[in-house]
Design a binder for this molecule. Sequence first.
Ligand SMILES: Cc1cc2nc3c(=O)[nH]c(=O)nc-3n(C[C@H](O)[C@H](O)[C@H](O)COP(=O)(O)OP(=O)(O)OC[C@H]3O[C@@H](n4cnc5c(N)ncnc54)[C@H](O)[C@@H]3O)c2cc1C
Length: 422
Amino acid sequence: MTEAAAPPIDRTTVCISGGGPAGMMLGLLLARAGIHVTVLEKHKDFFRDFRGDTIHTSTLELMRELGLLDEFLELPHHKVTSIGGSFGGESIAFGDFRTLPTQCKFVAFMPQWDFLDFLKRQAGRYPEFNLLMEAEAITLLRDLGRVSGVRWRGPDDAEHEIEAHLVVACDGRDSTLRHQSGLPVIDIGAPIDVLWFRLERVAEDPQDLLGRIETGQALVMIDRGDYWQCAYLIRKDGFDALKERGLPALRADLARVAPFAAGRLATAIDSWDRLKLLSVQINRLHRWHAPGLLCIGDAAHAMSPVGGVGINLAIQDAVAAANILYSCLREAQEEGSAVNDSLLADVQRRRDWPTKFIQAFQVRVQDFLERRVFNAIGPVKPPLLLRLINRIPVLRSLGPRLVALGPRREHIETPDVHGRLS
Ligand SMILES: Cc1cc2nc3c(=O)[nH]c(=O)nc-3n(C[C@H](O)[C@H](O)[C@H](O)COP(=O)(O)OP(=O)(O)OC[C@H]3O[C@@H](n4cnc5c(N)ncnc54)[C@H](O)[C@@H]3O)c2cc1C
């Protein structure tokens, strides 16, 4: 495995831009299957907040299928076994992960940098894996109408080129390579932005994941053990208006939506610097591929934080892509043949409906927020669907399945050509 100061590499089988959940998982699976892969990651480490830190049950099950679950669960994490919410003071249980038909009956919360570091360590055991940090993909290389590689910029600002049989764009929702490809984007839009902040958590507080909705306000509180990671949903571009009203008004709003934490707000939000504004978007590519190029994860479909399922979708895309492509990539590697582009279309066909399904769900939740929360005049009431889920046991098992496992679960079908390397 090579990092930072590595010399430029000029040829690989698969070049992946972006070392997020999609890129690192795909890199691990392909290297494990004996495919030479180079991952370009523009940052010098994985240490960034605000990317979500949910490790869904489906991902835990993938770790089990890879024989890595015990090692993985040795990393510090927090188990969430249920999700619930409060709508205008009325409590609703959305679901209990303990009813899942899986070995792990919880969703793990783990800082994403620990998760990505873990994938990096596992992938680094395979000689076929190459990770270049501080390597920013800047341009697609083309040859006779096919994408044939990537030009990237290293830490010294010098530019390098790497040729590949296949380029996979995993560089997130602002993907440079997707932009470069010219593939048309369907913009679905998101009327919300998120303010991200931390709040001390004390023993008497409620447990697990909480959505708290009051007239005009929506707050998601993620239990991270000794603190709450809070996501305060605001109208798109509404931050300036909030600032004009001032910090005391914001703290008063938050105290109304989370009264149990009111006494801690003055310390937690003593300046605007405590709040990080995160812009939300929902969009997807009409076609996820071009000759020699595939986009997956947020690069193919930017997800909103609603439901906390974007990481799951990105990982599932990576597993599906590895399953569908590895034989053809092996042939390309051994015989120098071109990658069969119809297989790239198969990856999209496999992952298209789960993406559309989840995005449709996110749009419905956004609609609810806009019409029934931000523009509400009276008290907020739980939506009918949630009331039904709360009351009817068979429906109550659907919510956790959807969040924890996703609409179409992928399983590892790629081989470990080296056996487990230690
Ligand atoms: C505010 C917010 C909160 C969210 N919270 C959650 C949550 O709690 N749970 C959840 O499941 N989902 C959440 N999501 C969605 C989730 O973050 C994404 O769906 C998920 O991260 C997509 O993974 P990815 O690997 O496709 O892309 P990313 O995680 O965005 O990773 C892309 C990687 O590519 C790198 N990169 C970018 N450009 C380049 C380049 N030119 N060259 C090389 N590298 C590059 C980036 O540094 C990054 O490491 C949230 C989204 C938002 C906006």
